[in-house]
Design a protein around this ligand. Structure first.
Ligand code: CTP
Ligand code: MG
Length: 423
């Protein structure tokens, strides 16, 4: 429990549907997706928002305890901001039941489908910002890429719809609280989204750029797509293939010719005047880190680990702390140059692991994104983890962030054995 100030934003996460098109024995929000339920994954995105929000989970009436347990685990110390209520027969009923428990003081309400389980926190932040900036309803949407035909009931094509005038809309959809309440009270028929209900009550609704990761998991194919996206972002840790290796085989598989291991540690102090760049990502709204470059401690620790493994010295010796070429430089510049140097020295990267030590930012909602980005820059698997230090030391006092990385390199001349799980 925390004594945080009363939230000004509420997010209603609708999770009361059965998921008939997914065809699973569990209701859709409780179906596992790479080791966590869809609901937990959706909530991790919501709890990663910049601004503390009231989070209202609308769950099937017979699953309230399970929903509460999942929500509390995703909320961590912020469980005092969570409410769980029973849903209704239609999505709109479920939204209305969530709306009934929005706390006093909330001015902006977002409605979000738990089924859009991979939605990035930054999209939720962008919707809140746009509602505040315009005073209108705001929905994220993506341009339609397919050619769309109008057809009759027998499959005959009647015409082509001008796709430049179309947007495929997603959630979270955000509204000024009084607008959503008034529109819900005035609604007569059922709408498939909140924007339609608000627009039919006569209020303006704008579209902002959506995010491909906010796709809705509707069918088994969508679930497989979400699983493979998550797996691509964390190819090593917890992969089903690795988990199935018998113990004896595993021991044999770890014997490799002449691998080189290196470690790297980097520390940067918080600097309120800078934007935060960490693990290659920009973190809008978070306190930045001081440094000659962008202060990305995670990337610098990775470079140090790779250079150390190759016996090439350290990042300070190679990049220079005052070289104007690297002023404000982002992680990509350091990583590419480090890879170039270790390649020239006759090595390739096996894998890299980096642990971020600090209170903020909350990594979990963007872990897959960070791993995918760093992995693509290094051409290998990168694990990104985070921990706090139980309020001890400079990281515990919130003075800065540390990062500790390990890299394993292989000499390119040596033949790497085929590992048992790759055979
Ligand atoms: N939803 C809800 N209450 C309902 C119906 C739907 O809270 N009575 C929620 C779902 O849990 C989901 C979101 O609305 O997070 C979007 O709905 P959809 O993807 O259609 O989910 P389901 O209705 O569960 O799936 P299906 O239509 O395949 O049965
Ligand atoms: Mg439905």
């Amino acid at each position: 429990m925390t004594d945080s100030p009363a939230p000004m934003v509420a997010v209603i996460v609708v999770a009361a549907g059965s998921g008939s098109r997914l065809g699973h024995s569990e209701p859709k929000a409780f179906v596992p997706l790479a080791g966590r339920t869809l609901l937990e994954r959706a909530l991790l995105g919501v709890f990663g928002m910049r601004e503390p929000a009231q989070v209202i989970v609308v769950a099937p009436a017979d699953r309230l305890d399970a929903a509460r347990a999942i929500a509390d685990s995703a909320a961590g110390p912020f469980d005092d901001r969570v409410d769980v209520v029973a849903g209704g027969a239609s999505r709109q009923d479920s939204v209305n039941r969530g709306l009934a428990v929005v706390r006093p003081g909330v001015l902006t309400v977002l409605v979000h489908d738990a089924a859009r389980a991979l939605t990035p926190s930054a999209l939720c932040d962008a919707v809140v910002d746009a509602v505040r900036a315009t005073g209108n309803g705001v929905v994220p949407g993506l341009a339609v890429v397919d050619t769309i035909k109008r057809v009759d009931g027998h499959g005959a094509i009647l015409g082509t719809v001008d796709r430049s005038a179309l947007s495929a809309v997603q959630t979270p959809q955000g509204f000024p609280r009084d607008v959503l309440v008034a529109a819900a009270a005035a609604a007569t028929g059922e709408s498939t989204d909140d924007a339609a209900m608000v627009a039919s009550a006569g209020y303006p609704v704008n579209v902002i750029e959506g995010d491909a990761l906010a796709f809705k998991i509707t069918t088994p194919w969508d679930l497989r797509r979400a699983e493979s996206l998550l797996r691509a972002g964390s190819a090593l840790a917890g992969s089903p293939a690795a988990a199935s290796i018998p113990a004896g085989e595993n021991a044999r598989a770890t014997i490799t010719p002449d691998p080189r291991v290196g470690t790297g540690l980097d520390v940067h102090a918080f600097d309120d005047a800078s934007p935060l760049w960490l693990a290659g990502l920009h973190w809008p709204g978070e306190r930045g880190l001081s440094g000659h470059s962008d202060g990305d401690a995670a990337v610098h620790a990775i470079c140090d680990a790779m250079l150390a493994a190759a016996g090439l010295g350290d990042i300070g010796g190679i990049f220079g702390t005052s070289d104007p070429v690297y002023a404000e430089a982002h992680g990509e510049v350091f990583l590419r140059e480090t890879v170039r140097r270790i390649t020239d020295a006759g090595f390739r990267v096996g894998n890299v692991s980096v642990q971020i030590i600090g209170n903020r930012p909350k990594l979990a909602p963007r872990r897959a994104e960070a791993q995918a980005l760093l992995g693509s820059l290094l051409g290998t698997s990168v694990s990104v983890t985070a921990t706090t230090t139980d309020a001890l030391g400079f990281t515990g006092r919130g003075e800065g962030i540390a990062a500790l990385a390990t890299a394993i390199l292989f000499p390119v001349t040596a033949e790497r054995p085929v590992l048992s799980w790759e055979a």
